[in-house]
Write a protein that binds this ligand. Structure first.
Ligand code: NI
Length: 227
């Protein structure tokens, strides 16, 4: 399942974050690569562990904590501290898969990457190329979103970033471990949750079917989730 989270950051938050990022130190993007992806990756990355990186990462984490749609879709258990990358002058990231286990160097923090996320931080009309292409059994899905919008996609999928031939693409990316490991189970829960929310709005919350479906949702969570 791929999910678009619209307006994770509003225009004012995007410009505050960009101000912070643009003043930071950018290094070769291969700092965080696994063996296979190192061969495919050409981009720049905000220096991991720098003060700006920590500040910018916390800024995004704060927004995630308030984003109802993100929480409903991802059911996050652990979120990797957000990273930031930039592509320009023909830079690209060829087809690859993300590492299954992510650790923070020198810290007691590890997660299984169930979902990958890209938060777009540059208006799409400002650069050419730079589409995130995610492959699944239906084919290829091309994603290029407004600044402040985010896409969630299975970390298990083969994906790439097309060359940026004009302008620059700045984005935030991270991985997360979900409380629900199985992609399909998580998708069913998300669809049930959306239906319950729609039904609640329609009935003003007075409908006993809403109570029954909510009970079902939580019972499935008890069955499938690790907390
Ligand atoms: Ni990747």
């Amino acid at each position: 399942m791929m999910v678009k989270v619209e307006g994770l950051l509003d225009a004012e938050e995007v410009s505050r974050l960009r101000e912070l990022l643009d003043a930071g130190e950018w290094v070769d993007g291969n700092e965080t690569s696994g063996h296979q992806s190192r061969l495919a990756k050409r981009n720049q990355q905000l220096k991991q562990g720098s003060q700006v990186a920590r500040q910018a990462g916390n800024f995004v984490l704060d927004a995630l904590g308030k984003a109802e749609e993100f929480i409903a879709a991802a059911l996050p258990l652990k979120v990797f501290p957000p990273l930031f990358n930039r592509y320009e002058g023909g830079e690209a990231f060829g087809s690859h898969v993300d590492n299954s286990i992510r650790a923070l160097p020198g810290q007691d923090f590890r997660l299984r990457s169930d979902l990958s996320a890209t938060l777009f931080l540059e208006p799409p009309e400002n650069y050419t190329g730079g589409e995130l292409i995610v492959e699944d059994l239906f084919g290829e899905h091309s994603v290029k979103l407004a600044a402040g919008d985010m896409v969630l996609y299975p970390a298990s999928s083969v994906h790439r970033v097309e060359p940026v031939t004009k302008g620059a693409r700045t984005a935030c990316f991270f991985w997360l471990q979900s409380m629900v490991r199985d992609n399909s189970a998580r998708e069913q829960l998300y669809r049930l949750d959306r239906s319950i929310r729609t039904l609640t709005q329609r009935s003003g919350g007075e409908d006993e079917v809403v109570v029954e479906l909510t009970s079902l949702y939580h019972n499935l969570m008890r069955r499938w989730a690790d907390a």
